[in-house]
Design a protein around this ligand. Sequence first.
Ligand SMILES: NC(=O)C1=CN([C@@H]2O[C@H](COP(=O)(O)OP(=O)(O)OC[C@H]3O[C@@H](n4cnc5c(N)ncnc54)[C@H](OP(=O)(O)O)[C@@H]3O)[C@@H](O)[C@H]2O)C=CC1
Ligand SMILES: CC(C)(CO)C(=O)C(=O)O
Length: 361
Amino acid sequence: MNIRSEQPRILIIGAGAVGGYIGAYLSRSGRDVILADPWVEHVEAMRRDGLRLQGTSPEECFTTPVRALHLGELQSLRCERLVDIVFISLKSYDTAWASMLLRDVLAPGAVVVVMQNSINEPTVAEVLGWPCVLGGIANKIVVELIQPGFIRRAIAKGGAGFEVFRVGEPHGRITPRAKMIAEMLSEVDSTKITPALWGERWSKLVQNAMSNAVASVSGLSTRSYIEEPSTRRLSIRVAGETAHVGQAIGYPLEPINGEAPELWIEAWREAEGAASGNGAFKRAEEVVLGIASRMEYTARPSMAQDLAKGRRSEIEHINGMVVQEAASHGVEAPINAALLKRVREIELGRAAPSLDFARSI
Ligand SMILES: NC(=O)C1=CN([C@@H]2O[C@H](COP(=O)(O)OP(=O)(O)OC[C@H]3O[C@@H](n4cnc5c(N)ncnc54)[C@H](OP(=O)(O)O)[C@@H]3O)[C@@H](O)[C@H]2O)C=CC1
Ligand SMILES: CC(C)(CO)C(=O)C(=O)O
């Protein structure tokens, strides 16, 4: 990226829960930020009333003026000023067209931070080329776009020992631009630069595979599905299966919920009766119960938010990706496949979320 004397121009494409949350903080700190979103009412509300955030402490509750654009207005930036930094925070299935849209508004040397779940960097790179791509991971942020112009966060901010944002170059080097983006994100929440983007990505996929689909199929909030023994067990089984697939593919996995991948794999083997009990399952239960205790009962993962709103989910990019990758590497992923099937049935209106539906896996 060219370092210019003027402030870099930042575009957030997808000003939903994650993008809007980041955009509100960066706008409030006086940066040149544009939030672009497909939801017309949301853009209108942001223009009219600003963007309102609510968090778990008084300092995290504020409303800030933001500059919001409808997607169709993005082309006007060519007549004004191009963008230096982009955060893509749309759903995974929107990544390809968003990358096409970005082609005309990027300044030379711009950096595009892929701030989504799943693994979307290759999709962006296919359109915009690898040199502009930087990975961004949002870990335990738990945010929801409650209504147009209003985002709620249901878990306390990160801090010493736990970085909510992770920024990493696809090649793993610690570059000046990665440092610059990490510094910027530190204005929002704790951030680290990682040399291990791909391991971080798959480890985050494990968290999403175990959490998003289980909450979606059961209809329970994150805290409630963890407190319920049958869904807690299901989520640990998915975690182990997904970590196992990641290792079989060759991802050097990072810690998952603060624990080594081997714990989840061992716990899964124990739950499937394939390993004698050595306490891994019990330890995994303690870990997830500890996470649940820090969450509000209303908190639900993004996939469960989508299903509750009758919207398309990212299931094909989360558990679906695990199934697909497993198949192409000769590994089995039956629990992910069962979750994929059930969430698709809910999306198609052929089934409703319930505890029994989750217990059938
Ligand atoms: N929410 C979270 O806590 C976390 C989410 N992520 C990831 O971040 C990425 C973005 O997700 P997230 O910010 O949650 O997405 P949101 O659902 O909050 O927003 C994404 C888009 O959804 C649309 N939208 C949202 N709600 C409505 C509604 N009620 N009616 C109509 N349209 C609506 C908007 O455009 P459109 O209609 O075109 O979709 C919006 O831009 C995903 O990859 C997700 O997995 C990562 C970590 C945590
Ligand atoms: C980890 C989790 C479940 C919450 O931040 C998430 O990434 C999501 O809601 O998609």
